[in-house]
Design a binder for this molecule. Structure first.
Ligand code: NAD
Ligand code: IPM
Ligand code: MN
Length: 361
């Protein structure tokens, strides 16, 4: 299989971990006789430095012509005081919107070897396996332009959705639940927000087309609590943009670290952008200690969702699992003992486990 992959390293640790995904993909390509070609483009703060904007035309064009996109992370203190209209994060929001990537899939499934790395009790997280489906191109992130009013003493951000935007993400969630444990939890704030009341209507309506899927509605505040007190009650969670952003960082605690979580941002035809859930981690950037596993697992999601390469994706995931079972971990995981390594060494161990498997076949 021949595929063109665009790499958008971005900023901070994004630049350090993108290479981990690339070398692991190259190893997979060698082993299964695929041809992956990679082209790198600018996004975020580094694009501001080079082109004056966080999402250059050239990057948009390259992404439009690619088979899939891998993104590291954007942002950092260096650009915190730039004009809000050209912040690094605008580049990320821009490419999601430009490509119509309305569904952000964030699987949260802990590796057995990391059960004890979570601050939560092992018996609480054991057996949890959640897919958070976050609406990605609507809501507060994309309302009417935010405004300061009354001489800067008042401010407005708008939360807006069309029914159609709700319908397509809710449908995606039902379809996902159907091929998992057939349980969907829709998270909203219907006791306060009109948008949430419409969201509930859409979910109830769609539910009629999926009688095999059980549906539960939860208010977001209670959902946040239940996610860490009774995570095994969840299968698929569907929610709007901002709630999904917050709940997924919270859910990462189940896995031991935010650095472990991958994500896929997709549209209906399978085109996708794959990125870890975490950000550019300015506090550890440049130290070579970032956890590359969320990035590597995002590349595995790319193989599965955009290229239909299930076996290859599983091999990557198994190689990651093996490293963790061998005791390798980066410093973000709270593990006593074991083998604490940096980004490059962790990547090397993943590669070794991939290769070792191919020899033993
Ligand atoms: P962050 O996710 O970058 O970091 C939160 C904490 O988790 C930090 O302590 C960091 O060191 C740690 N962490 C995150 N990923 C890690 C990894 N792979 N390995 C080890 N430790 C890891 O969130 P933040 O500090 O709030 O945001 C920093 C910048 O990143 C901001 O500019 C924000 O807008 C941006 N951001 C970008 C994305 C993205 O590009 N997808 C996502 C989230 C935040
Ligand atoms: C994420 C990030 C982004 C978001 C930021 C950087 C705009 O937090 O991908 O989770 O809020 O979507
Ligand atoms: Mn986030």
């Amino acid at each position: 299989m021949k595929k063109q992959i665009i790499l958008l390293p971005g900023d901070g640790i994004g630049r350090e971990i993108i290479n981990s995904a690339k070398v692991v993909l190259n190893a997979i390509a060698n082993r299964y006789n695929h041809e992956f070609t990679f082209h790198q483009h600018a996004i975020g703060g580094n694009a501001i430095d080079e082109y004056g904007v966080p999402l250059p035309e050239d990057t948009i064009n390259a992404c439009n012509n690619a088979d899939a996109i891998l993104l590291g992370a954007v942002g950092g203190p260096k650009w915190d005081s730039v004009d809000p209209s050209i912040r690094p994060e605008k580049g990320l929001l821009g490419i999601r919107k430009e490509l119509g990537l309305f569904a952000n899939l964030r699987p949260v499934k802990g590796f057995k070897a990391l059960l004890h790395a979570s601050p939560l009790k092992q018996e609480i997280i054991e057996g949890s396996d959640i897919l958070i489906i976050r609406e990605l191109t609507g809501g507060l992130y994309f309302g009417q332009p935010s405004e300061r009013r009354e001489n800067g003493t008042a401010v407005v951000d708008t939360l807006s959705y069309t029914r159609e935007e709700m319908e397509r993400i809710v449908e995606k969630a039902f379809e996902s639940a159907r091929i998992r444990k057939k349980h969907l939890t829709s998270v909203d704030k219907a006791n306060v927000l009109e948008s949430s009341r419409m969201w509930r209507e859409v979910v109830e309506e769609k539910a009629k087309e999926f009688p095999d899927v059980t549906v539960e509605h939860l208010l977001v505040d209670a959902a946040a609590m239940k996610l860490i007190t009774n995570p095994t009650q969840f299968d698929v969670i569907v929610t709007e943009n901002l709630f999904g952003d917050i709940l997924s960082d919270e859910a990462s605690v189940l896995t031991g670290s935010l650095g472990m979580l991958p994500s896929a941002s997709v549209r209906s035809d399978g085109v996708g952008l794959y990125e870890p859930v975490h950000g550019s981690a300015p506090d550890i950037a440049g130290k070579g200690i970032a956890n590359p596993l969320g990035m590597i697992l995002s590349a595995a999601l790319m193989l599965r969702h955009s290229f239909g390469l299930d076996e290859e994706a599983s091999e990557m995931e198994k190689a990651v699992n093996k490293c963790l079972e061998q005791g390798y971990h980066t410093g973000d995981l709270n593990i006593q003992g074991g083998k604490k390594v940096g980004t490059e060494e962790m990547t090397k161990v993943v590669l070794e486990n991939l290769t070792a498997k191919s020899i033993s076949r």
